[in-house]
Design a protein around this ligand. Structure first.
Ligand code: ADP
Ligand code: MG
Length: 334
């Protein structure tokens, strides 16, 4: 298990990491999810030993790694802006780490063929890297990271530069590869769908701290803070006051599970269901296509604005009935 304990890292006035605790069990994939500037890359650099932490420690299977140089940690890091070596072919790129470790030529050839096969590029060894598509280059970079058989694989926004459809395909492949290899993986991304697809657990990062570390299902069901629910894209959010387990939003009263006092009520996407006989009446103000659904903006008759997922495109001005599913109502205190 990788254990990160109480890690602080400052750059001048900037606190990049403000006390991070994180565990990655052997054979699991943990995603670190957060917006740009939240400290994700700094965390990977500290774990890799490329930067010493100001405080705290990085521990592998009970051994504190402070003072252990990067190249002897046997951790693989694929950078955000990874670059392939343009003058080497695919096999030359993939074998790089093994050559650095002075592996024999036979061993390098065997291992390069093996990892190229894993990433689905079996016959591409002799190909020039300047002749690869974006997705192929990404796979070569992954193969280069995997070749020395790192005991921890760290990927920093590995699919960031690819277009959406390729990203969706590759992230599924990555998840399969890590499952098959039983790799221990720390996967950094700012994309929640990517994190949910690839990881068993997702640690949400904000301003150098982890605000919630949970399974994708748990994050979705019960985001710990508004930052998390906002980041998940739960856009129906209302300031309210809880009284005896209920909160009056002005246009509807909902059950809430917080002590009496001010709170924020968040309606998860599953909280609002289009239903002609629903208790909420609204008029469609606009909609956007979201692939498998339409996200409509609606104005309720009582003056609230909501967004709701619909199976077909509504017309502006359409009247819509909406039913509230109380299971999708969240009340958060911060
Ligand atoms: P992320 O990867 O989540 O986008 P980073 O870890 O790159 O975030 O950065 C976290 C914070 O630390 C940012 O405010 C960034 O500007 C700052 N930072 C990161 N690296 C350096 C550095 N080498 N020098 C100064 N500031 C840095
Ligand atoms: Mg980064």
């Amino acid at each position: 298990m990788l254990t990160v304990r109480g890690v602080f890292k400052r750059y001048g006035q900037t606190v990049a990491l403000a006390g991070v605790d994180l565990e990655v069990p052997i054979g699991h994939t943990v995603a670190v999810l957060g917006p740009s500037g939240s400290g994700k890359s700094t965390l990977l650099r500290v774990i890799a030993g490329l930067e010493p932490p100001d405080e705290g420690s990085v521990i592998w299977e009970g051994t504190d790694l402070s003072g252990i140089p990067t190249h002897t940690r046997r951790f693989g890091l694929m950078f955000q802006d990874y670059a392939l070596f343009p003058h080497r072919d695919v096999a030359g790129n993939v074998g790089f780490g093994l050559r650095m470790a002075r592996a024999s030529t036979a061993e390098i050839d065997r291992r390069v063929a093996e990892v190229l096969d894993i990433v689905g590029l079996s016959d591409m060894g002799p190909r020039r890297v300047t002749e690869l598509s974006g997705g192929e280059a990404q796979r070569v970079a992954l193969a280069r990271t995997l070749a020395p058989a790192p005991r921890l694989v760290m990927l920093d926004e590995p699919l960031g530069s690819l277009d959406r459809s390729l990203r969706e395909q590759l992230v599924v492949e990555l998840g399969d590869i890590f499952d098959r290899l039983e790799s221990t993986v720390l996967y950094v991304t700012h994309d929640q769908e990517e994190a949910f697809t690839v990881a068993d657990r997702v640690a949400v990062m904000r301003d150098g701290t982890l605000v919630q570390d949970a399974t994708p299902e748990r994050l979705w069901e019960a985001p710990a803070e508004l930052f998390v629910s906002d980041f998940l894209g739960f856009s129906n959010r209302f300031a309210a006051t809880a009284v005896d387990g209920r909160a009056d939003l002005g246009w509807i009263t909902v059950p809430v599970d917080v002590p009496d006092g001010p709170c924020q009520v968040v309606l998860r996407p599953d909280a609002l269901i289009a239903d002609d006989r629903g208790e909420i009446q609204a008029i469609v103000a606009g909609s956007v296509f979201r692939g498998d659904h339409y996200l409509a903006r609606v104005d309720t008759d009582s003056g609230a604005q909501l967004s709701i997922s619909l199976p077909t495109r509504p017309r502006v001005g359409d009247r819509l009935g909406i039913r509230l599913n109380p299971d999708g109502v969240l009340a958060l205190l911060r």
